[in-house]
Design a protein around this ligand. Structure first.
Ligand code: PBG
Length: 321
């Protein structure tokens, strides 16, 4: 006689639904959107169609579509053709990004607006910080990032999301926000952000070509314990939500965070990881929806509370079924 039959709980769709460990809802997704200058821009990345760029006059429709599917957070990225060594355009408070923040805040008040803080959309060398004689200037960069964060908060951002990996930026941004009267503006910190090969479609969307690589500031993918050190620092400095990035290939890091941290944990299923699923599905290696669900569930199962993903809208639809 067989005494244990775990298959009893797998007998039917209803029993599987009853016994499932993960109960995910649309409010746990963050939808990344790129904002372009100009008018009537509505673009999808050719290899990752759910990676979308809109001009300020077009983004509202998409924000409303997201809201109607139960998505509660947008992560907005500026893009610009005005690039220089200092990334000056990052501080232009009349940019398309700033306008979009204010407009979405006004027209879709229940939507949480998160904005990326880093200089790479605006620098001609493609780096996230100030870059001189082959070096990233940490402290000078942090000063600019603080100004950028305050300008986004002024425009109406609920969260700023520093993605630059400069040392000390979470604490510095926290005090700048507080000193400017934005103590309610929260920080989603890219805490363990790795120098990854999987940011390709994202960099296409920014029109960013990086001189060299980002390995002096983004983390080395051979390192696991170092992520905990970054976590401790970001928590001390005042991060409200901590993030692991990329997500699908860094499940161990997400799981480590889950073991030690009482702050919400986000993970970013990045553009190259999502594009792999599109390419595989297109080549009939697997079913697209099944693959998207499986990878997303794995990220949650590893310990993420929140997932930033280009598939947020589709996932919201799939989870309703
Ligand atoms: C840079 C930034 C990157 C991403 C988010 N913020 C790329 C990079 O570090 O070069 C990547 C996101 C993605 O690939 O989806 N500030």
């Amino acid at each position: 006689m067989i005494s244990h039959r775990p298959r009893r709980l797998r007998q039917s769709e209803s029993i599987r639904a009853l016994a499932k460990e993960l109960k995910i809802e649309a409010s746990q997704f963050i939808l990344p959107i790129f904002i372009a200058e100009g008018k009537s821009v509505e673009k999808s990345h050719p290899l990752l169609p759910s990676c979308k760029t809109f001009s300020a006059d077009k983004v509202l429709g998409y924000a409303l579509e997201a809201r109607d599917l139960g998505i509660k957070s947008l992560l907005l990225f500026g893009t610009s053709t005005k690039k220089d060594a200092k990334g000056s355009e990052a501080l232009n408070s009349s940019s398309a990004l700033h306008k979009s923040i204010s407009m979405i805040r006004e027209k879709v008040p229940e939507m949480i607006i998160m904005t990326d803080i880093a200089l790479d959309p605006y620098t001609d060398h493609g780096h996230d910080g100030l870059f001189e004689k082959g070096k990233i200037l940490n402290d000078q960069t942090v000063e600019v990032l603080c100004e950028m964060a305050v300008s986004h908060a002024k425009a109406g951002a609920h969260f700023v999301a520093p993605s630059d990996m400069m040392d000390g930026r979470i604490g510095a941004i926290r005090s700048s926000l507080d000193q400017s009267g934005f103590e309610d503006c929260a920080i989603l910190a890219y805490t363990a952000k790795y120098a990854s090969a999987f940011y390709g479609p994202f960099r296409d969307s920014l029109g960013a070509k990086v001189v060299g690589d980002k390995k002096t500031y983004q983390m080395d993918h051979r390192n696991r314990r170092e992520a905990i050190r970054e976590l401790e620092l970001d928590l001390q400095e005042g991060a409200d939500i901590v993030m692991v990035k990329p997500a699908a290939h860094f499940l161990d890091i997400i799981s480590d965070f889950r073991n030690v941290c009482n702050t919400p944990i986000a993970a970013y299923h990045v553009s190259g990881e999502c594009a792999l699923l599109e390419l595989g599905a297109k080549n009939q290696l697997f079913d697209r929806n099944q693959a998207i669900l499986e990878v997303t569930h794995s990220i949650f199962r590893a310990g993420a509370d929140i997932v930033a993903t280009y598939f947020a809208l589709e996932l919201a639809q799939l989870l309703r079924k």
